[in-house]
Design a protein around this ligand. Sequence first.
Ligand SMILES: [Cu+2]
Length: 113
Amino acid sequence: MAERRRPGPAAVALAALGAAWPALAPAAQHTVRIEDMRFSPAALAVHPGDRVTWVNHDLVPHTVTGGGGPLDSGLVAAGASWTATVAAPAGTLRYRCTLHPAMTATLTVEDKP
Ligand SMILES: [Cu+2]
């Protein structure tokens, strides 16, 4: 008979420790700012399993589109964000904003160290 337990404060503290200690945290969280009609950083290196959140700080909507398919945010409204989990094999994914073709950036997926 399984006992159902909710994660208490101790579990939360352990999660925070894991985040501060990369050896215990296999996946990382990255943030790309969309600001002044640019992706920042314009080049980001990640590992499979990492999560990347794009946050739109502009006053107009943008998209995160490309990478040969895996990046397809649809419209990201002003003030909104979009998160993707990196699952692509190692390589450099080029992406852009479909509304503003001059906005381009890359996500380089490196093998696990
Ligand atoms: Cu845009």
